[in-house]
Design a protein around this ligand. Structure first.
Ligand SMILES: Cc1cc2nc3c(=O)[nH]c(=O)nc-3n(C[C@H](O)[C@H](O)[C@H](O)COP(=O)(O)OP(=O)(O)OC[C@H]3O[C@@H](n4cnc5c(N)ncnc54)[C@H](O)[C@@H]3O)c2cc1C
Length: 416
């Protein structure tokens, strides 16, 4: 979906709202402070535009990774077999944070935080822009700029709820030295667009790290998890972790006026509840593994995790900067990593691979129903579609039609 004229029109705004993933980059890019972000419980974080301040410059639409994602040419020295479904990858590793505490509290093997720790303690970085639970409302996330170990410790673990780190790009822009950014694939894609728009921001981005992401559930998903745990009053929640403190670790809620800890397993939380609360654009995402990042990390789910096993991360190196940085982090003991075979990636991430293969068919059907869809370039959707059997193709088409009718996506969306 591209803007026909240079100026943003109402159709662009509405399409952007529907295809939004809540990264918050539009708020940062707006030159007139016309955008505020609102976390809508059933929907996710969405931009609210103050029409009186908006001068229709279209910067918010230009930066939005929900509307358009484009790859340039890939370098030659990448894994040629993986590039069709996973983007540019020059090396794969499996391993964990050198620091035992970070490995334990991290979501997988704590590698994202280990790379951040190396940035602030050894590599001379000014800080790390990412997200953490809001101390005033642990069911919401806020952007944070971490500059030391104590601050990084508050950010470990995956937060399966809306988060908009990109609204705070200004931290990177104003920093006196290089900075790291950690976010979901859409957040990193927005960062890359922002870097093209702003040379000062561009010069301060030292490294972009992406976590894998199969989709952000709305806050309604978190509320459903609390209900399943037996928490009756969500305003009583003092702290809430989705996983971590073990691999994959339990979802845990603690309350203000009770000593009891409420828990659910990762399988009950993600597979049983949260995955049903995904946002529309996340279901249409071609990039679950952070193809625009220098380094991306996720879970090596290619084998059963035994109870009590220590955390492990699957690490993909995507750029020469990423390779250089990772090797230095390994040399200095911040990360402990070993080569992994390229077969572990598709084995670890089966469901997102299937989604990428289905995408071309799904988008075509949505277009037939005149529903705005994102514009993608360089994701090899045609070749991925060809990997499906006839039965799988039919299933993808029929389930898309069913969703369009049941969820009334064919109806024009109105935003107030
Ligand atoms: C919504 C969501 C979906 C995911 N889907 C998958 C998947 O399909 N497959 C898979 O292998 N892994 C998935 N993960 C990633 C995985 O859970 C781990 O986050 C990843 O392996 C990194 O682990 P780590 O131990 O290196 O990270 P840690 O060292 O624990 O650091 C985590 C970092 O991620 C940041 N972060 C956490 N939540 C968010 C968020 N919502 N938005 C932006 N930044 C965030 C934190 O600020 C922190 O810097 C998902 C994570 C999320 C949040």
């Amino acid at each position: 979906m591209a803007s026909k004229s240079k100026k943003m029109d109402r159709a662009d705004q509405v399409a952007a709202w529907r295809l939004c993933m809540g990264c918050g980059a539009c708020k940062w890019a707006c030159p007139n402070a016309a955008i505020s972000l609102k976390n809508i419980v059933d929907t996710g974080i969405r931009p609210i535009i103050d029409e009186n301040k908006c001068e229709q410059c279209s910067k918010c639409v230009e930066i939005c990774p929900g509307i358009k994602l484009e790859h340039g040419h890939f370098p030659e020295d990448i894994d040629q077999a993986l590039k069709q479904s996973w983007g540019p990858i020059s090396a794969l590793y499996e391993g964990y944070a050198g620091d035992e505490e970070i490995r334990f509290s991290g979501s997988s093997g704590g590698i994202a935080t280990a790379l951040a720790l190396y940035a602030v303690e050894q590599a001379g970085y000014s800080g790390v822009l990412h997200i953490k639970a809001d101390p005033d409302n642990p069911l919401q996330n806020i952007p944070t700029f971490s500059t030391c170990r104590d601050e990084l410790e508050q950010t470990t673990g995956s937060r399966y709820a809306p988060a908009s780190p990109c609204q705070a790009f200004e931290h990177i822009k104003q920093a006196s030295g290089p900075c790291m950014f950690i976010g979901k694939p859409c957040d990193v894609a927005a960062l890359r667009k922002a870097q093209k728009m702003d040379p000062k921001l561009d010069s301060n981005v030292g490294l972009a790290v992406s976590i894998f992401c199969a989709g952000t559930p709305s806050t309604a998903g978190t509320l459903a998890v609390l209900k399943a745990m037996g928490v009756e009053d969500e305003s009583e929640v003092k702290s809430f972790n989705y996983r971590g403190n073990g691999w994959p670790g339990m979802a845990k809620a603690q309350l203000l006026h009770s000593d009891k800890t409420f828990e659910l397993t990762y399988a009950e939380t993600w597979g049983g509840i949260l995955s049903k609360y995904g946002q529309l654009r996340c279901r249409l995402c071609p990039d679950p593994t952070g193809e625009f990042a220098d380094i991306s990390c996720g879970d090596p789910w290619h084998r059963e995790v035994t109870p009590g096993e220590k955390g492990l991360s699957l690490v993909l190196v995507r750029t020469p900067q990423g390779m250089e940085y990772l090797l230095r982090a390994i040399e200095t003991g911040f990360a402990s990593l070993e080569d992994a075979g390229s077969e572990v990636l598709p084995k670890s991430q089966k469901s997102v691979l299937q989604r990428r293969r289905q995408l071309r068919g799904r988008l075509l059907i949505m277009k037939l129903f005149c529903i705005p869809v994102p514009g993608y370039k360089g994701f090899n959707l045609k070749n991925n579609w060809k990997q499906l059997t006839i039965k799988e193709k039919n299933k993808a088409i029929l389930s898309t039609i069913k969703r369009i009718l049941m969820r009334r996506w064919y109806k024009p969306l109105t935003i107030s």
